[in-house]
Design a protein around this ligand. Structure first.
Ligand code: 6PG
Length: 255
């Protein structure tokens, strides 16, 4: 569907099997080409849906030591806090696979959201210099090998919410918000240019409460729909794949 691939599954289990395979394949290609795999994760239900990756055969076949793990967004809370994406991913997934912990970014949880965003951007700039993260051929944005996004019922991705100023930030690679409509209020997030500079982006949405946003994001070519973040996810030189269950895809034309 015009540069976007839609994968629609009967249920979460089928989705997560295909999702694990998709991530493992991109990891293999990237490691073969660049020697590393720079992947950015989101929080929310996505983490459970990628759980198959920490099981056989992937827990043995993926070259985990070559993974560098980042966040499409992170909450500015203690790493041990239930709201932390770092904690969610570490407990739910990464504690089961042999990644190198220093390759996984985590925020210094004693700083302000603004400082956390600045620190994160600095780390990314360093890793672009050392080529752990590629750089886009089109602009100087970091080009992650894969960015995994969930999508809220309002069509937000990462912590870019509809009509929020952070959504239109074009200079910075990482920005921060202190008034997130989805708790907790303080978050740091990739900006849209970084998301759209990725080599691969996957948007994962399941459940009927995502159907309207998925329809608007995928079908609304016309300007008559309110711009919403998920609709603006269009990698400028990369591949976009939507992973949906039939409930979330139920309003997509022709799905
Ligand atoms: C976060 C996530 C956020 C999430 C969406 C969808 O930190 O909250 O990154 O962007 O992906 O809110 O969450 P669900 O899939 O749990 O609905």
């Amino acid at each position: 569907k015009d540069g976007r691939e839609l994968r629609i599954f009967e249920n979460a289990d089928e989705l997560s099997c295909n999702f694990a395979e998709y991530i493992a394949e991109l990891s293999e290609v990237s490691i073969k080409e660049r020697g590393v795999f720079a992947i950015a994760l989101s929080g929310g239900s996505l983490v459970k849906l990628m759980g198959k990756l920490s099981e056989a055969p992937y827990n043995k076949t993926v070259d985990w030591a070559k993974w560098y793990i980042f966040w499409a967004d992170e909450r500015v809370v203690a790493k041990s806090h239930a709201d932390s994406n770092y904690k969610l991913v570490k407990d739910g997934f990464l504690s089961k696979v042999p990644i190198i912990h220093s390759h996984m970014h985590s925020i210094n949880d004693s700083v302000t959201a603004e400082q956390a965003a600045e620190d994160y951007e600095f780390v990314i700039r360093q890793l672009v210099k050392t080529r752990v993260i590629s750089v886009s051929e089109i602009n100087d944005c970091p080009k992650f090998d894969l960015i995994l996004l969930g999508m809220g019922p309002d069509g937000h991705v990462a912590s870019l919410f509809p009509n929020h100023p952070a959504f239109s930030e074009k200079e910075q690679w990482v920005t921060f918000i202190t008034d997130s409509p989805k708790a907790p209020p303080e978050r740091i997030t990739f900006t849209l240019p970084v998301i759209n500079s990725a080599a691969n982006v996957a948007v994962v949405a399941t459940g009927a409460n995502k159907a309207e946003a998925a329809h608007v994001a995928i079908d609304s070519a016309g300007a008559d729909y309110p711009a919403l973040p998920a609709k603006m996810v269009r990698p400028i030189n990369g591949e976009l794949v939507w992973f949906l269950d039939i409930a979330a895809a139920s309003k997509i034309e022709g799905a």
